[in-house]
Design a protein around this ligand. Structure first.
Ligand code: COA
Length: 211
């Protein structure tokens, strides 16, 4: 349920230390990210600058009572936004561990999809507006399957599906952390932008269930 004390805004450089603390928690304690070493302030700052300079949103949820970030969502160009991938981004979405299950992730996810769909109507979330030629058409979310985690991470699958994401791929045992191999699941968002040109059906996907 949405918490009335939580607001959203565009991230600023001063949020980096809190973002680092949130991300480090998941790096050090979970399989949600397969990063092994927490990012440094400089790495996070450089990523922040790269994202915002590309006209992409980097959003924080703020606990208004403490005026501190408690979650964040951003997207990065899939495969470096190169060539034919320039309309596809990959999502990162993290809530402070003590703020999970209180509607913060939902607020962030809804907002970032809204902003990506209609960037022109959300100038407060786009630091450097890009050209129309760089509009985002599809968002990829990738999760690793922690068989010891909540419902084998299938709750996250349902979570993304609630927002219209579709499970489109299993990358079996591609990740290694805490002495085990992990499978990654890939989801794609509904189309945020209708482009001209047909999308060929290369082959039919299997049902995609199970891993
Ligand atoms: C996944 C995440 C962003 C969801 O945000 P949230 O604020 O905790 O979730 P909300 O309160 O908005 O929504 C709760 C729903 O999320 C589902 N959910 C999925 N995974 C969850 C988790 N690990 N913790 C809490 N809720 C989770 C719940 O089932 C719940 O569904 P319901 O509303 O039908 O009961 C957040 O829990 C989080 O940061 N988790 C760790 C990082 C992560 O998994 N990021 C996504 C993959 S990169």
């Amino acid at each position: 349920m949405a918490n009335p004390l939580v607001t959203l805004r565009s991230a600023t450089q001063s949020d980096i230390p809190v973002i680092k603390a949130i991300h480090s928690y998941y790096v050090l304690n979970t399989l949600i990210t397969l990063a092994i070493v927490p990012s440094t302030d400089d790495e996070l700052l450089s990523k922040y600058k790269s994202i915002t300079s590309q006209g992409l949103p980097y959003i924080v949820a703020v606990d208004a009572s403490a005026n501190s970030a408690i979650g964040y969502a951003y997207v990065t160009g899939f495969r470096g936004f190169k060539g034919g991938y320039k309309h596809t981004v990959e999502l990162s979405l993290f809530c402070h561990p003590e703020w999970r299950g209180q509607g913060v992730g939902t607020l962030l996810l809804k907002k970032i999809l809204e902003v990506l769909k209609e960037p022109g109507t959300h100038p407060e979330y786009i630091v450097n507006p890009g050209s129309d030629d760089l509009r985002v058409r599809i968002v990829i979310a990738c999760i690793s399957v922690d068989e010891a985690g909540r419902d084998n991470a299938l709750d996250l699958k349902q979570y993304y599906q609630k927002f219209g994401f579709e499970l489109v791929g299993h990358l079996k045992k591609v990740g290694y952390k805490f002495d085990q191999w992990y499978t990654a699941l890939g989801f794609t968002s509904p189309l945020l932008l209708t482009c001209q040109g047909s999308i060929p059906t290369i082959y039919s996907w299997p049902s995609g269930e199970g891993f």
